[in-house]
Design a binder for this molecule. Structure first.
Ligand code: UDP
Length: 492
């Protein structure tokens, strides 16, 4: 590191794959811009992002990955339950959050010790789900900055709904209503936007969340100014703090390795995958994947398969990711026959796909997505039009942003949230016929489709520009480093 007085920034991600992945990118970006970075996680979580850790370590970037023990047993959790997607039942979410809070003690001890031996931490950037960091940082006198993983649009919606106590006044979970004060008005349903921490039993967590938000010095977001300008301006006004968008973070990978995967190792040979994609015409492949957490029971898999198979375009091909957790003998029997029937134009990846790489290939013209924010932003960064199929959390609001505000997606038409497979009801089941229609609309949508694709490509250009030297996200990253060095006290 050539800087004689480098900033030291501590990163504390939330333990869920979709939260770890962008935080690793933050680590890489900060370290590439001259900061020393300490990334705090647990042994199980470190093992799950091992390919990325190896890549960063091999490139000699100054990132220290620290693994502290996770107090599972103290919170009544089975051993190894160190990540949200390792929790087998919704009942374990509460003990998981308690264990996280206890984990704060380990972090405090660690930071107290290291602050005396290495460059003291200039600031802590932590995932908003880790509210406990607020108290730890204050007790150590370290400034703290919140990292919000979702879109600004979603965070703004949540704040406005709370400010106006909208949900309290609505009885019907499936009645459409407008979110007040949004610069670009959209309609949602209570069932789609009710957060876990707004439910009975989570009052303490909710209180701590807002307390930490108040004490934070600023907010970092994985988005970019040119994508969410009006939402960001409105949110800045609402919160009265600096808000620095530094994304799309997936673009942090481009210099290191064009085949960069996010999260885990790929379940498929990337060479084979690339030559398959190379054999397809531009914009002819639909990529179908629903992130790391949401599940698809066989009833849903069959509908997706029918939709893909019956989509009538001689040119249309697809790649479909079926997660490990969704596999069973029944699924495998059905899937192997499906593969036989769609040979040549369809590819099924069982397990983990190198998603960012697939989306970046010119053959890919559509992405059927659950609208997790990382996936959404990866599609935006690649200029790919989306077929939106939200499941829970921020995803329904992200869908509105993509379909109604940015107009770069077509909704599959899901209304009912699905958290766990057990929630699968008749109403939540989207039919194959709907899937077919949306696939056709996204891939061959006539003039309207062309316009959508053009808009998507324009956002991709703006995304790349934001991350380049002099771009809006690039400059914000520099400001954060200056802040951590104590040179930007007024938070420009
Ligand atoms: N992802 C991937 N391969 C897969 C599934 C997911 O690389 O097979 C990555 C995806 O690119 C994204 C992240 O995992 O970066 C998923 O995050 P997102 O916010 O979209 O959804 P979540 O998993 O949190 O629901």
């Amino acid at each position: 590191n050539s800087d004689p007085n480098p900033a030291h920034i501590v990163l504390i991600p939330f333990m869920a794959q979709g939260h770890m992945i962008p935080m690793v990118d933050v680590a890489r970006l900060l370290a590439s811009s001259g900061a020393l970075v300490t990334f705090i996680t647990t042994p199980v979580n470190a093992a799950r992002i091992r390919p990325i850790i190896d890549r960063i370590e091999n490139s000699h970037l100054p990132v220290r990955f620290v693994q502290l023990p996770f107090p599972s047993a103290d919170a009544g959790l089975p051993a190894g339950c160190e990540n949200v997607d390792l929790i087998s039942s919704p009942d374990l979410f509460k003990p998981f959050m308690e264990a996280l809070s206890l984990f704060g003690e380990q972090v405090k001890l660690y930071l107290t010790a290291t602050n005396q031996t290495v460059v003291p931490a200039g600031c802590i950037i932590f995932d908003s789900m880790n509210s406990w960091v607020g108290a730890v940082a204050e007790s150590l006198g370290i400034p703290h900055i919140i990292f919000y993983g979702p879109s600004c649009f979603y965070i703004l919606c949540s704040h406005l709904l709370k400010k106006h106590q909208v949900l309290e006044s609505i009885d019907d979970d499936y009645e459409l209503f407008k979110v007040p004060e949004l610069p670009e008005p959209v309609e949602v349903m209570k069932a789609q936007v009710m957060r876990w921490m707004d439910r009975p039993g989570w009052e303490k967590v909710s209180k701590e969340f807002y307390k930490t938000e108040k004490s934070a010095c600023g907010i970092v977001m994985n988005t970019f100014e040119e994508l969410e300008k009006s939402g960001l301006d409105k949110f800045r006004k609402e919160i009265g703090k600096k808000v620095w968008p530094i994304g799309p973070l997936s673009l942090a990978n481009k210099d290191l390795d064009s085949k960069a995967m996010r999260g885990k190792a790929s379940s498929i040979d990337t060479g084979l995958l690339l030559s398959w994609l190379d054999s397809k015409a531009p914009n002819s492949v639909m990529f179908v994947s629903f992130g790391s957490l949401s599940r698809n029971p066989i009833s849903l898999l069959v509908q997706i398969g029918q939709g893909l198979e019956s989509a009538s375009s001689s040119q249309l091909s697809f790649i479909w990711v079926v997660k490990e957790a969704d596999k069973s003998e029944e699924v495998e029997n059905w899937l192997s026959k499906f593969e036989e029937r769609t040979k040549g134009r369809g590819m099924v990846i069982r397990g983990w796909a190198p998603q960012a790489m697939i989306l970046g290939h010119m053959a890919v013209g559509g992405f059927m997505t659950h609208c997790g924010w990382n996936s959404t932003l990866e599609a935006i960064a690649a200029g790919v039009v989306m077929a939106t199929w939200p499941r829970f959390g921020d995803q329904f609001v992200n869908e509105r942003l993509v379909v109604d505000v940015l107009r770069i997606g077509v909704a599959v038409g899901a209304k009912v949230p699905i958290f766990f497979v057990d929630d699968m009801s008749e109403e939540a089941l989207v039919k194959g016929e709907e899937v077919r229609k949306v696939v056709e609309k996204v891939m061959t949508g006539g003039e309207e489709g062309e316009e959508r694709r053009k808009r998507a490509k324009e956002f991709a250009k703006k995304a790349r520009k934001a991350m380049e030297e002099g771009g809006s996200s690039f400059e914000n990253l520099k400001r954060i480093i200056q802040f951590a060095k104590g040179e930007n006290k007024h938070l420009e």
